[in-house]
Design a protein around this ligand. Structure first.
Ligand code: CA
Length: 238
């Protein structure tokens, strides 16, 4: 059965464009350009997913989200402005399953919708999103750092860190093996595959990128060098 999506967006042209694309994909779409009206609609109907703009007349999108998720469980993807980092953090904290930054490519939005619908269908959960055990599936943590494998996303204290695939894989490998020193060969095999022929010092390059994006950016000492052996993330900071 086709999913029904509530699209909450007050920019007429954008709303119309997204609606057409969603309908084209086979979704049933209802629209609102007002936060208060959207909240009423969402409370009275059972939508499979809600796309929610944050800057809205009537009621701010974050407030719509908070009030809605107090009452019922529904996956919400936020549509946020480019530099609204705090909105993204607040939105995820309030229980949104994902967000997409405007302007976005429609293909990316469609992909995120598919993921959110699939996760939601497979994981019936508590009213605030996914139940805690499922929430942890595929998630690695180190202090304020969270790596979410399913969503291919890394956050440090709520700030999203953009990593390449190989950086992501390397970080994931280190996080999954906390307190175990991994050799360059082991890391290389994980990140480049066993048939990779080349210098193991590419590992050092990826480590350098990771350090600049995480250790240096947030003033932490996460990835440690063990001279002559390899690298390790220690679960305890010193
Ligand atoms: Ca808006």
């Amino acid at each position: 059965m086709a999913a029904t999506i509530l699209l909450v967006e007050d920019e007429e042209k954008l709303a119309r464009f997204v609606e057409l694309e969603l309908v084209h994909e086979g979704y049933t779409v209802e629209k609102s350009g007002n936060g208060r009206q959207a909240l009423d609609m969402a409370l009275q109907n059972n939508y499979d997913l809600i796309l929610l703009d944050i800057m809205l007349p009537g009621l701010n999108g974050l407030e719509v989200l908070r009030r809605l998720l107090r009452e019922k469980e529904v996956p919400v993807i936020l549509l946020t402005a480019r530099d609204a980092v705090m909105d993204k953090v607040s939105g995820l904290d309030a229980g949104a399953v994902d967000y997409i930054t405007k302007p976005f490519a429609i293909e990316e939005l469609l992909a995120r919708i598919r993921v959110a619908l699939k996760l939601h269908a497979g994981h019936p959960a508590g009213k605030n999103g996914y139940s805690s055990s499922e929430d942890e599936e595929g998630v690695c943590r180190w202090h304020d750092l969270v790596l979410d494998d399913r969503r291919h996303r890394v956050l440090y204290a709520g700030h999203e860190i953009t990593l390449t695939n190989r950086e992501f894989l390397m970080l994931k490998t280190l996080l999954e093996n906390q307190d175990i020193v991994l050799s360059r060969e082991t890391l290389l095999n994980k990140v480049c595959g066993y048939d990779y022929v080349g210098e193991t010092n590419v590992v050092d390059v990826y480590i350098r990128y990771l350090r600049s994006k995480i250790d240096d950016a947030f003033g932490v000492k996460m990835i440690r060098t063990v001279r002559g052996v390899g690298y390790v993330i220690k679960s305890e900071t010193e």
